[in-house]
Design a protein around this ligand. Structure first.
Ligand code: SAM
Length: 204
């Protein structure tokens, strides 16, 4: 379910979002106390962030989900040396299906990591994104990520589609408490001043 042919973008190597490295901000969540279980990464692309999470939390399983087969194949190769990483071809929104199909059925989801998936889906799917993450997480668990909140006016011509903080609050506020983080933001060259790191804690 997407307005972009993501598979075609990967096949054409037209992937300017892919920096070949994990997002530099992931590091700030090192030491986070997580309940045992699975770290889920929607729209994981070629899997660079999966590597960072898997190395920081070796006792956790890390599950990447992407609907582009070429991305999944590349992510599986890129993470082949990390036994706690799995990557599956699925639509993140179809969580009932991927949770029961994968070996993760019934397992606790400890954390969801967001990086360039939320900004890549059409704004009309944002409510579904928020509902999906709310359904996956138990109270107290967190969605953490970098969100394109401060990007220049995108004229509605995404992706990426920006989402200002009041809109994030409207979308997630019913189920999450949103916390800005007291860290200097680090990002890839070219994205300075466009994104911010947030933690969203699932409410009871
Ligand atoms: C802009 S790319 C970012 C990929 C990766 N996060 C990165 O930074 O390299 C967006 C990714 O989200 C995936 N995607 C879009 N909609 C999705 C959905 N509904 N379920 C799973 N993956 C999705 C695309 O296939 C693509 O790989």
């Amino acid at each position: 379910m997407s307005s972009v042919d993501w598979e075609n973008r990967y096949q054409q190597a037209d992937t300017p979002w892919d920096k070949g490295l994990p997002h530099p901000m992931i590091e700030i969540w090192r030491g986070l106390e997580l309940s045992p279980g699975v770290i889920v990464v929607p729209g994981c692309g070629r899997g660079w962030d999966l590597r960072a999470w898997a190395m920081m939390f070796p006792q956790h399983r890390v599950l990447g989900i992407d609907l582009a087969a070429s991305a999944v194949e590349d992510a599986q190769k890129n993470c082949a040396d990390l036994p706690n990483v799995s990557v599956i071809l699925a639509d993140f929104f179809d969580h009932a299906s991927w949770r029961s199909a994968a070996e993760f059925e019934g397992q606790n989801i400890s954390l969801v990591w967001e990086h360039t998936c939320f900004c890549a889906i059409p704004p009309s799917l944002r409510e579904s994104y928020a509902a999906t993450v709310a359904a996956l997480l138990e109270p107290g668990a967190m969605l953490v990520g970098v969100f394109f909140t401060d990007i220049r006016d995108d004229d509605g011509q995404g992706p990426p589609w920006n989402c200002m903080l009041p809109e994030l609050q409207r979308l997630f506020g019913e189920h999450f408490q949103i916390e800005s983080l007291p860290y200097d933001h680090r990002t890839f060259p070219g994205r300075e001043g466009e994104e911010r790191a947030l933690s969203l804690r699932r409410l009871d």
